[in-house]
Design a protein around this ligand. Sequence first.
Ligand code: 6PG
Length: 245
Amino acid sequence: MNDVSAKRFRVEVRADAAALAAAVGEQIALLSHRPGDEPVAIALSGGSTPKRLYEAMAASPVYDHVAWPRVELFFGDERSVPPDDPESNYGMASKALLSGVPSRAHRMVAERGEAEAYEDLVRSRVKHRRDGIPAFDLVLIGMGDDGHTCSLFPGTRALEERKRLVVMNEVPQKKTRRMTFTYPLLNAADRVWALIAGKDKREKVAECLAARGRGEHPYPIYPILGVDPTEGELVWWLDEAAKPA
Ligand code: 6PG
């Protein structure tokens, strides 16, 4: 990890999941007013942790502070299920946020394996470029208790993808395949914020931060450590329960 990367990485801690959701929500509201005419491109994360953030964004006071017409929403990964399935990341975000806000949102049609179509959509909608790669204003990610992020799981093929931006990834540990952003797209972003909450994550957070501290990024074991934006900022937002002792 070079000095520059270290400088652009920080850990933010809030008391609990509610305080985390409020803090991140207000930061997203600020970001939605950033200068420039292009839409503010934000990729949402799946899983259970961001649900509280989405609910906070769909309600006052955060809702009132966001420039919704400027915000365009995407997804960083999706399970191979239709949107009305309880497993669907789009379904979760739709109930918690999308149904209540006037923003465009682009679902990943993972159940039909349309990764190339989603990559084309990202290339056509996200105009800002870094080394020729679409640069999101913000990508929200999470971390599983195995160190996976998006649908980049330990030992899976998508970890080695260096050309494609969105792929279908076989995930034998979940006996399924999922659609996911790859490292080239994640690391081109202006900002990547990881939302990590709960005591179950504390041990993995400690192991990952220790590895980062040693300048190591063993992403095949801890896929979240492969997320290190080339020029953008990386923030790990933790609640007290997930913060290492
Ligand atoms: C998904 C996510 C995944 C998630 C982690 C953490 O589709 O599941 O994108 O990467 O962020 O699994 O999930 P929790 O927030 O539920 O712990």
